[in-house]
Every structure is written in C-alpha cells, then in structure tokens.
Design a protein around this ligand. Sequence first.
Ligand code: GDP
Ligand code: MG
Length: 213
Amino acid sequence: MEAIWLYQFRLIVIGDSTVGKSCLIRRFTEGRFAQVSDPTVGVDFFSRLVEIEPGKRIKLQIWDTAGQERFRSITRAYYRNSVGGLLLFDITNRRSFQNVHDWLEEARSHVQPHSIVFLLVGHKCDLESQRQVTRQEAEKLAGTYQMRYIETSARDAINVEHAFTELTRDIFALVRSGDITIQEGWEGVKSGFVPNVVHSSEEVTKSDRRCLC
Ligand code: GDP
Ligand code: MG
C-alpha cells in the first residue's frame, strides 16, 4: 500500500523582520500572496506535502518565527528540532543581507548536537529596480557556507515551489544516505506511515500508523 508520506521534515524560516518570511510561507502553503500586517507573537506552523519524485511525498512542517526575529529571542527548541531552514534576506535591503552571517551563527550555536541544512534565499526578486544585493555576491556568500542560493518572490510566485522542493530533496538525500537519522525525541525528521484503510488523509489516525523504517 502506498504511504501518504514517507517522512515529515520540520523546517524553520529565519531572517530579519520584514524580509518576507511569512509571505513566502503563505504563498507556498496557501497559494496566495497575503499582506501580513499583524505578526502574532509566538511561533506559527504550517504544513504541506511535496512530491519529490512520482509517488514519493514528504510532509513539510514549516515554522514561522512570527514577530520574534530579534536575535536570541528565538528559543533553542525552535532550532534544535529542525532539520532544514530557509535563511531569508530581502534583495532590496542590504542590511538584511549583512545579517545573514549572524543568523547562521545564531542557528549553529543553538542547534547542537544536530545540524540544519540551510538554503539561502534572496527574497522579493520582483523588485529588481530596487535591488541592493547582486546575485553574484549572494551566490558567493552561499558558496562559502556550502549552501544553495535561490531568489524568490511571494508576490509574483517566482521560485517558491522550487526553493522548498530543492531543500526537501537535499534533506531527503541525506536521510537516504544515512547522514541524517531519525532519533527518538527529535522532531527534525519523522518517518511516515502507511494507513491500513484510507478514505482521506483526515482519516489517518494514530492507530493506523505503521512505521516504514
Ligand atoms: P516577515 O516579517 O519576514 O515575516 O515579512 P512579511 O512576510 O510580513 O512581509 C513584510 C513585507 O514585505 C510585507 O509588506 C509584504 O507585503 C512584503 N513582501 C513579502 N514578500 C514579498 C515579495 O515577494 N515581493 C514584494 N514586493 N513584497 C513582499
Ligand atoms: Mg512574519
């Protein structure tokens, strides 16, 4: 029987306030561009399935920092229970690019003993005329951290699917190769389940779960 999803990956989205994190997540999970004007305090989470190969689905659980973007206000648990992350800056805001290093350091200091697979995202690429960070310098920075670099726009739906799918594929490859393993008490990666009887995804209950690994 076909699994609903093979694995669940928990992802975080970090970067300076107003770079567009919430809009990017909403574009990906809800398919629309919502002006997010009322950031809630706390952590919001969203989820969506992605098909990385025909019949191979991964459930992404995506956490948004929801207005707590000041350094060190984000809890350790937020980082340490994530397997992947999108590190956003706004291509029209040079300061947000300069802060990428600090965000990475912050994440790395909190995530031990695990590590997070990061993707560097230059967001708001629809605002080309206001660009303050070139693609070349962003690619260079990503290269020094061994990260991929992708430019996105939530407004015009550019590369949004691509960004999440590429990151998911990279993590999946590391899970397959055994570089990332499922661990008890860690929320980063969970194995999926095969339902016994499935009429709709809502009807999959705890008792239907059967570990695939
Ligand atoms: P966050 O603080 O990082 O979560 O940022 P938000 O998602 O709340 O977005 C901050 C502002 O940037 C809002 O005014 C959005 O409408 C705007 N914004 C977000 N994504 C884009 C985009 O792709 N293009 C443009 N032009 N504006 C965007
Ligand atoms: Mg936000």
